[in-house]
Design a protein. Structure first.
Length: 121
Protein backbone atom coordinates (compact mmCIF):
# COMPACT_ATOMS: atom_id res chain seq x y z
CA UNK A 1 0.00 0.00 0.00
CA UNK A 2 1.30 3.45 -0.82
CA UNK A 3 1.04 6.15 1.78
CA UNK A 4 0.32 8.93 -0.67
CA UNK A 5 3.83 10.30 -0.62
CA UNK A 6 5.10 11.68 -3.92
CA UNK A 7 7.68 8.94 -4.50
CA UNK A 8 5.15 6.14 -3.83
CA UNK A 9 6.81 4.76 -0.69
CA UNK A 10 5.26 1.75 0.97
CA UNK A 11 3.90 2.34 4.46
CA UNK A 12 4.71 -0.27 7.09
CA UNK A 13 1.93 -1.97 8.94
CA UNK A 14 1.95 -1.90 12.76
CA UNK A 15 3.60 -5.37 13.01
CA UNK A 16 6.50 -4.28 10.80
CA UNK A 17 5.57 -6.30 7.69
CA UNK A 18 5.20 -3.96 4.71
CA UNK A 19 3.62 -6.73 2.60
CA UNK A 20 1.22 -8.86 4.69
CA UNK A 21 -0.35 -10.24 1.53
CA UNK A 22 2.99 -11.74 0.46
CA UNK A 23 3.42 -13.44 3.84
CA UNK A 24 -0.10 -14.85 3.57
CA UNK A 25 0.60 -16.11 0.05
CA UNK A 26 3.85 -17.76 1.19
CA UNK A 27 1.93 -19.60 3.92
CA UNK A 28 -0.67 -20.71 1.40
CA UNK A 29 2.02 -21.94 -1.00
CA UNK A 30 3.72 -23.90 1.80
CA UNK A 31 0.41 -25.50 2.78
CA UNK A 32 -0.36 -26.41 -0.84
CA UNK A 33 3.11 -27.90 -1.37
CA UNK A 34 2.65 -30.05 1.73
CA UNK A 35 -0.74 -31.24 0.47
CA UNK A 36 0.65 -32.06 -2.99
CA UNK A 37 3.48 -34.05 -1.40
CA UNK A 38 0.90 -35.94 0.65
CA UNK A 39 -1.20 -36.72 -2.43
CA UNK A 40 1.83 -37.84 -4.44
CA UNK A 41 2.75 -40.50 -1.87
CA UNK A 42 2.13 -44.01 -3.10
CA UNK A 43 -0.82 -45.79 -1.51
CA UNK A 44 -0.19 -47.80 1.64
CA UNK A 45 0.92 -51.39 1.14
CA UNK A 46 0.36 -53.41 4.31
CA UNK A 47 2.41 -56.54 4.94
CA UNK A 48 3.30 -58.60 7.99
CA UNK A 49 6.31 -57.15 9.79
CA UNK A 50 8.76 -59.84 8.74
CA UNK A 51 7.82 -59.62 5.06
CA UNK A 52 7.82 -55.81 5.13
CA UNK A 53 11.27 -55.72 6.76
CA UNK A 54 12.65 -58.13 4.16
CA UNK A 55 11.04 -56.20 1.31
CA UNK A 56 12.40 -52.84 2.55
CA UNK A 57 15.86 -54.19 3.34
CA UNK A 58 15.63 -53.50 7.06
CA UNK A 59 16.45 -55.89 9.89
CA UNK A 60 13.37 -57.41 11.51
CA UNK A 61 14.28 -56.14 15.01
CA UNK A 62 14.86 -52.61 13.72
CA UNK A 63 11.45 -52.56 12.01
CA UNK A 64 9.81 -53.98 15.15
CA UNK A 65 11.36 -51.28 17.35
CA UNK A 66 10.33 -48.55 14.91
CA UNK A 67 6.77 -49.95 14.93
CA UNK A 68 6.62 -50.09 18.73
CA UNK A 69 7.93 -46.53 19.03
CA UNK A 70 5.48 -45.21 16.44
CA UNK A 71 8.22 -44.17 14.01
CA UNK A 72 6.57 -46.04 11.14
CA UNK A 73 2.95 -46.61 10.24
CA UNK A 74 2.07 -49.95 11.80
CA UNK A 75 -0.87 -51.69 13.44
CA UNK A 76 -1.17 -54.75 15.56
CA UNK A 77 -3.71 -57.48 14.86
CA UNK A 78 -3.61 -59.85 17.80
CA UNK A 79 -0.03 -61.04 18.07
CA UNK A 80 1.04 -59.94 14.58
CA UNK A 81 2.35 -56.58 13.44
CA UNK A 82 1.35 -55.24 10.04
CA UNK A 83 3.49 -52.50 8.56
CA UNK A 84 3.05 -50.06 5.70
CA UNK A 85 6.02 -50.98 3.48
CA UNK A 86 6.02 -47.56 1.80
CA UNK A 87 6.36 -45.86 5.18
CA UNK A 88 9.06 -48.29 6.24
CA UNK A 89 11.11 -47.55 3.11
CA UNK A 90 10.64 -43.81 3.65
CA UNK A 91 11.80 -44.11 7.27
CA UNK A 92 14.84 -46.13 6.17
CA UNK A 93 15.83 -43.51 3.58
CA UNK A 94 15.30 -40.66 6.06
CA UNK A 95 17.34 -42.48 8.71
CA UNK A 96 20.16 -43.12 6.24
CA UNK A 97 20.17 -39.45 5.22
CA UNK A 98 20.32 -38.34 8.87
CA UNK A 99 23.12 -40.80 9.55
CA UNK A 100 25.18 -39.62 6.58
CA UNK A 101 24.65 -35.98 7.55
CA UNK A 102 25.71 -36.67 11.14
CA UNK A 103 28.97 -38.35 10.18
CA UNK A 104 31.19 -36.02 8.17
CA UNK A 105 33.50 -37.46 5.56
CA UNK A 106 36.56 -38.51 7.44
CA UNK A 107 39.71 -39.90 5.95
CA UNK A 108 39.98 -43.64 6.32
CA UNK A 109 42.53 -44.72 8.88
CA UNK A 110 45.24 -46.87 7.44
CA UNK A 111 46.08 -50.04 9.32
CA UNK A 112 49.61 -50.95 10.02
CA UNK A 113 50.54 -53.99 8.03
CA UNK A 114 54.08 -54.40 9.24
CA UNK A 115 53.53 -58.15 9.76
CA UNK A 116 53.11 -58.54 6.00
CA UNK A 117 56.29 -56.62 5.29
CA UNK A 118 58.42 -58.61 7.71
CA UNK A 119 58.23 -61.72 5.60
CA UNK A 120 59.71 -59.90 2.59
CA UNK A 121 62.74 -58.51 4.40
Amino acid sequence: MTDGSPNGAVSEIADGDPYPAIAALQQTVAALEARVAQLERPPAQWLPLKAAAHDAGVKYETARKWAERGLIEARRDGERWFVNVVGLRTRKERFAAQLSAATPNRPVRMRRVSWQLRGNE
